[in-house]
Design a protein around this ligand. Structure first.
Ligand SMILES: [Zn+2]
Length: 105
């Protein structure tokens, strides 16, 4: 395992702990080609440079999803209520169990 790596943005040779790791499709870990400092600077710059565009995109995506979400809630209403009831029941049982256990000790 290499201990040092050259950042392809600032060109410095830095210890690998100064690089973020990334999981590949095959499941092995690799280091990113830019050091943490550059990576942060780039993503920060990207965010601020494209802030308006990113926010617009987010809003557009939400608008696109809204009818789907509404539809989902309507069509899954029963299932969701059932799930909720089941969840409360389980919690009640767990609480009662805990109370009984507390009394015993
Ligand atoms: Zn760098």
């Amino acid at each position: 395992m290499k201990k040092e790596k050259v950042c392809n943005l600032c060109g410095r040779t830095l210890p690998v702990r100064n690089f973020y790791t990334q999981k590949t499709a095959t499941g092995s870990m690799v280091y990113r080609s830019r050091c943490k400092e550059c990576y942060r600077a780039v993503t920060r710059d990207y965010y601020w440079d494209n802030r308006e565009e990113l926010l617009k995109k987010q809003r557009r995506q939400y608008k696109k999803r809204r009818p789907y979400l509404k539809n989902y809630y309507q069509t899954h209403r029963e299932a969701r209520l059932k799930y909720q009831r089941e969840w409360y029941r389980k919690r009640r049982v767990a609480k009662a169990k805990a109370a009984r256990a507390a009394k015993k000790s």
